[in-house]
Unconditional design. Sequence first.
Lengths: 223, 216
Amino acid sequence: MKSNFHRVGNRAAYTGISPVLSCARRLACLGGIAMLLAGCRLDMHIQPKYLPDEPSTFFDDGRSDRPVVPGTVARGQLHTDELLYTGKENGVVADKFPFPMTREDLERGRERYNIYCTPCHDYTGGGQGMIVQRGFPPPPSLHLESLRKAPAGHYFEVITNGFGSMYSYASRVEPEDRWRIAAYIRALQLSQHATMQDVPENERSKLTEQNAGNVPGHAAGQP
Amino acid sequence: MSQIFHTSTNVLSRLSIYGGVFIVALLGAVLYGIELSPWYTDVHVSREQPVPFSHKHHAGELGIDCRYCHTSVEKSSFAGLPPTQTCMTCHSQIWTNSAMLEPVRASYRTDKSISWTRVNALPDFVYFDHSIHLSKGIGCTTCHGQVAEMPLTYREGTLYMSWCLDCHRQPEKYVRPKSQVFNPNYVVPSNQIELGRQLVKDYKIQSLQNCSVCHR
C-alpha cells in the first residue's frame, strides 16, 4: 500500500503524464466506451432472418422471396379438380358452379366484387367505374345479352387469365372466390332484368308505393 | 494560504445541490420528450419513395379498397406490398407517358422490384399478425391513421410497446363493427365505450397482455 501512495504522490512531480499511464487510461476509456456501445447493439432488433418482401444481398435478383421451382406442387396446391380450377369440363367452358352457392357465398362474392371489380365494372356491372372515368378503356356492360348468356365458367376464366386490357386477378382472388364473384355477377344481371313476377307477392305493394311516391325507380343498385 | 472561493459561492454550491435533483428530473423530461418527438419516432413524417405514391389519391379520391393492393391482409400476418403487376393493372392503360411512373414501368419491363421505403416496421423480436386484428374488429385506420388523406404515407403510431398495450389493455376504446374495418372514413361514435364493450363481448376479444403473446 505504502509504495502505491508513494507512486501516486510522485506523479505530481511529473511535468507531463507518464506515457505508460496515459496509454493504460486511454485503453480503459476505450474499453468503457466499447462496453457502452455494446449495450446499444441491435442484433435482436435486426435478426439474421428474412421477413416478407425484405431485400437480400445474397440472391442475384435482390429479393429474399424465392420463386418456386417450376413444377413444384406445394401441399394443398394439387389442382386436380378441372371445373374448380379452370372453369372447364373436359376442355369446354362449363355453365355451372363447382359447389352449391349459398347466401353466404353470394355475400362473399359481393364483397370480393366490390373490392376487385368495381374500380372498372362499377357497383352495378355497367362498366363505368371510377378508373374508367379516369381514362381506362371501358369494359363491356355485364348486362349485355352476350354476357348474360355466357357460361359461368367464362367469368371464372376471365378473372383467372384476364381479358383484353384486363389483367389476371389470379394472384389476388382465390379460385373459390372467383366462383363466388361469378355467382354474384349472375345476381347483378338478374337485378337489372327483373320483372314484377320475380318480386315475392307480399313485397310487390312496397314497390308500387315507391313508384307512386316518385322515388327514382332505379333497379336495386349496390351501395 | 488564502481561500480559493469567495464566501458568496456558498449560495451557488447550495443551489447546485438542491438544483441537482431538478436537473436530473429535467434531463429525464428532455430525454422522454425526445423519445416521443417525431424526430425520433418518425410519427407524421412522410418518407421519400422511389415513386411518390399517394394513398390520398388512390384510396381517398378513387375509393379503391385497401385489399385491392394489400391482398394478404385478411389471411396472413403480413398485409402484403403489391407487386408491380398490381400497379400495372391500371397503369398499363392510364398515365402511360407519365415520367413519375417510369420506375414502375421499368420494374415491370425488367422484373426488378421497386425498393419502397418501409414506413411501419417492428423490431424483429415482436410478433404481429394483421389478420387476427382485422377479424376481431380493429380497423385499418385505428393503427395506420387517416391513410386516405395522406399524399405521402407516414407513420401514425409510435409502434412502442406502450402504444400496443394501450389497446390491448382497453380494446373497448378502439374496436369497431366488423363491417367497418376497411372503411377509411370511419368516425368513432360518441358512444364508443358502450358500443366497444358490447363488441368486445360479441367478438370474444381477450385483453392479451402476456409477454409471450408478442415476444414468442
